[in-house]
Ligand binder design. Structure first.
Ligand code: GLC
Length: 530
């Protein structure tokens, strides 16, 4: 448990992300629900979580699985009722956990009553962004950013898709309406918000969608003062650099508590193209992480994460799905979660869940479906399309949570909305509970170890920067020094430090060895006795 008397208790918290549609179904609908989350709260607490971030559960036509909100104050009936939500908040609170809602700031669904009213020129007209011309810009998911509305007789703007018209944050009434919706959930007892697609809210359309507008930080400060200092705010900024992070999260907190930064994604993709992967450039990744760890020390805060509902599964990405499954899953967690920052574990990651091979027709994700369509049109080979999806589709993270080796992995008694991964036979909560050497048990040990203040507050130092296979760093606080050594390769490698001179606090192998074994992780205390 973090020390809640510290105003910055959230720095030592652990966050667990739930994608509600895929977590646990109690009705047989084939989709997860709130009661399913409530039923598994002990599991989440035992993992070591303090906060649970729920991907959106608001009323939604589900074009983007809830990131297209039709009403910010209503629970979608597919997930349950407001009473179910209150029960979840209470039951989590009984276990000392808080709920973090996902706030979709940048857009609504096109069926939201505000947009429907805007189309007919009603009082919400200026809640959205209109134009008489289409400048040809393209949305994040590959559609035209400007959509013609015959009803309005104009184009409207959607950074992500035509189903998600952008809100006009220049309009004070928009900001007030969004802040009021956030207060509604605070009154229902939530601890904070994960803010979706933060930088998009202030635009500079003249220079394209990726250009941050001039008012972003003013809007966030306005939000902070509307909500108060205690509310935990995590911001998603896929483009943030270190300078942005320092403004967002400077101590004193007039904007956000922490940001998700996605620079780590650049080290295994060709030319920044998400569909073209390449082997991980570990020295590049290490230098990147070191720059952020050093740059934020005493000056800002970030989350630590290996995957989320938009990213492929990390074992498939940087690890090994076969012989070294357990070792690679546990090594990657060790490398990531002993850095300085707040860990955010995505459902199923603690089991070592992997990417999934699905027939092209089974993909649900808007972005993946657009990609398939565009590739087919361009005459691409179906096997190549399938390989790209297997490496990068967002649906890899969205397959149902694997609870048991039984039918539909114990996720539902009905027909799951997305296929269950076949490896649920051996990667599942029940089997891993029974195996003390499982990924799940290791995550629990790792997150317990992480409670030591040295991991929250300690200094970071990269070691063996040039080593192409081993990521090693030291965390230190006062007289305590701890070295983390991780072999990112599937073959044995010499330790850059020769024979170990310290005491092993945690490792993912039995017994000792001169060499670092495939995907071995060691956490070693270098603190001198006495
Ligand atoms: C964020 C969400 C993603 C969603 C998008 C549009 O990037 O994480 O799932 O599709 O915003 O809301």
């Amino acid at each position: 448990m973090p020390d809640r008397t510290r105003p910055d208790w959230w720095k030592s918290a652990v966050i667990y992300q739930i994608y509600p549609k895929s977590f646990a179904d109690t009705t047989g609908s084939g989709q997860g629900d709130l009661a399913g989350i409530t039923a598994h709260l002990d599991y989440i607490r035992d993992l070591g979580a303090d906060l649970i971030w729920l991907s959106p559960v608001y009323l939604s036509p589900q074009k983007d699985n809830g990131y297209d909100v039709a009403d910010f104050r209503t629970i979608d009936p597919r997930y349950g009722t407001m009473e179910d939500f209150r029960r979840l908040v209470r039951s989590a609170g009984d276990r000392s956990m808080g709920i973090v809602m996902d706030m979709v700031l940048n857009h609504t669904s096109s069926v939201h009553p505000w947009f429907q009213d805007a189309l007919t020129g009603g009082e919400h007209r200026d809640f959205y962004i209109w134009s008489d011309t289409d400048d040809g810009s393209v949305s994040v998911f590959g559609d035209p950013a400007w959509t013609w509305s015959p009803e309005a007789g104009r184009y409207y703007y959607g950074s992500f898709s035509p189903h998600q018209p952008d809100l006009n944050w220049q309009n004070r009434r928009v900001r007030q309406a969004v802040f009021a919706a956030m207060r509604f959930w605070l009154e229902a007892g939530v601890a904070g918000f994960r803010l979706d697609a933060v930088p998009y809210i202030s635009k500079d359309l003249a220079c394209g969608r990726r250009c941050q507008g001039p008012d972003l930080h003013a809007y966030l400060r306005e939000m902070r003062s509307a909500l108060g200092p205690e509310v935990v705010l995590l911001g998603e900024d896929t483009e943030a650099d270190l300078e942005d992070a320092l403004i967002y999260t400077e101590p004193g907190g007039s904007e956000l508590n922490m940001i998700f930064e996605f620079g780590i994604e650049d080290y295994d993709r060709r030319g920044g193209d998400k569909w073209h992967t390449k082997p991980l450039d570990l020295p590049g990744l290490k230098a990147h992480l070191a720059r952020w760890q050093e740059g934020l020390e005493g000056r800002g805060w970030m989350t630590l994460f290996l995957t989320n509902h938009d990213m492929p599964r990390i074992v498939s990405r940087w690890g090994n799905e076969g012989r070294w499954h357990t070792q690679s899953a546990t090594m990657l967690a060790t490398a990531a979660y002993l850095l300085r920052g707040t860990p955010v574990i995505y459902q199923g990651e603690e089991l070592g869940m992997t990417n999934t091979k699905m027939p092209l027709g089974a993909y649900d994700d808007l972005e993946s479906v657009n990609y398939i369509r565009a590739q087919k049109k361009a005459g691409a080979d179906p096997d190549q399309i399938a390989a790209a999806l297997y490496g990068s589709s967002r649906d890899n993270a969205r397959t149902p949570m694997q609870w048991t080796p039984g039918p539909a992995a114990g996720f539902t008694t009905g027909q799951p909305w997305l296929p269950v991964n076949k490896n649920a036979e051996w990667i599942n909560v029940q089997s891993e509970e029974e195996d003390p050497a499982s990924v799940l048990h290791y995550y629990r040990r790792l997150l317990t170890l992480r409670r030591r203040p040295v991991f929250t507050d300690g200094h970071f130092e990269l070691e063996a920067a040039e080593d192409p296979h081993v990521f090693a760093y030291v965390r230190s606080l006062g007289s305590e020094r701890i070295r983390i050594e991780c072999n990112f390769s599937g073959s044995p490698k010499p330790s850059p430090f020769g024979e170990d001179q310290g005491r092993l606090l945690l490792g993912n192998y039995e017994g000792s060895s001169d060499l670092l074994r495939p995907y071995e992780a060691r956490v070693i205390s270098l603190t001198q006795a006495g």
